[in-house]
Design a protein around this ligand. Sequence first.
Ligand code: SF4
Length: 426
Amino acid sequence: MSDARRPQRLHIGLFGRRNAGKSSLCNALCGQDAALVSPVPGTTTDPVEKVMELAPLGPVVLLDTPGLDDAGELGAQRVARSLRALEEVDVALVVLEDQRWGAPERELAALLQEADVPFGIVCNCRDDAAEQAARRLGPEAFALPASVPLAVCRLDGAATPAGALDGVREMLVRLRPPAEEPPLLRDLLPPRGRLILVCPQDGSAPKGRLIMPQVQAIRDALDGDALCLVVTDKALGAALDSLREPPQLIVCDSQVIAAVAATAPPDVPLTTFSVLMARLKGDLPLLARGAAALHGLRPGDTVLIQEACSHHPQADDIGRVKIPRLLARLAGGELDCRLLAGRHWQDYAAAPRPRAVVHCGGCTLSRRQMTRRLVTARRADLPMTNYGMAISLAQGVLERVLSPFPEALAAYREACLDQNVRAGHA
Ligand code: SF4
């Protein structure tokens, strides 16, 4: 099996009514009984995930969701969970029992279109007559654009003959969005470029291993044939002294940026793992614009601290302690920092309205999932930045760590000007 990390896998959502055949399709694609299948409607009560290799797509996560027509109070909660799964997926399959298309499917299709999630229709036919009828249909039969693909099959869970899924596999290949991740850092260096990665190994570093952004940076440097020196913050000065020529890029952990910026020669490009990950995962200029809003914080303002997973908090936890402390210093007094953690994006409608959102690095999120969070915040007119940029800003070095990315630097400066204008009018 591929060792692709979860965020890099194609996330495929299976949606539809109860008993339309979603779990059967999940099991047919897996070739095993990953999801519980039963003729009793509503057997899937929570989204079920299956991490697998799916030929010819490669590494995927299948997300089998509860029925969209579930009833009662609990049923409504299950429907809400299904719809929340829309945030997670890169592509969706809408499974129909025969050609049954009604209000739940229409609403789902509208939500998928609004969220810009490519989707196809799978007609799970119970008998020959239904199959023949379905094969005569096109997407226009469901008032959908001609570009929406449609597949017809007879599902029987893991016992479904492999060939019966050819249409579904072809559909998924057609729906898969093109890979759009930029490189992590190798485009910032010339061939055989000299790179120093500063990876502090203090008490908050995991025992015996490097964290994922550091590992990814080393791998990307090797892919780019760079000359990569990996050191702790304490060894940076010695590393610089040991080089005949200065490095062409230094990347460090945000938490030591102040010390590294003081040690690194001023003409050497310097950035943080956090900025690199922000560019890889989302929209760096937009996050840089969001950082400018932190200059406008005043004591008592509400700030939303958003984490994409629920990890065990440490004593000096970054989201609960360090970021609120730095922001309070920036604002000149205590802030009302509210932490929200979890894979699902939270509703901003809850009062009081935050002045800004400071998001974690989102290492468990795919680029699409992170981008969706950014778009949601932008639609709500909420400036959003990330932990690393907030730390660099509070240390007075954000312009320096953005300087390898002229577009992001320009966006930050423009937003700062805008911020001053707004403050002037306040
Ligand atoms: S960066 Fe975010 S998603 Fe990754 S471990 Fe930290 S809190 Fe969790």
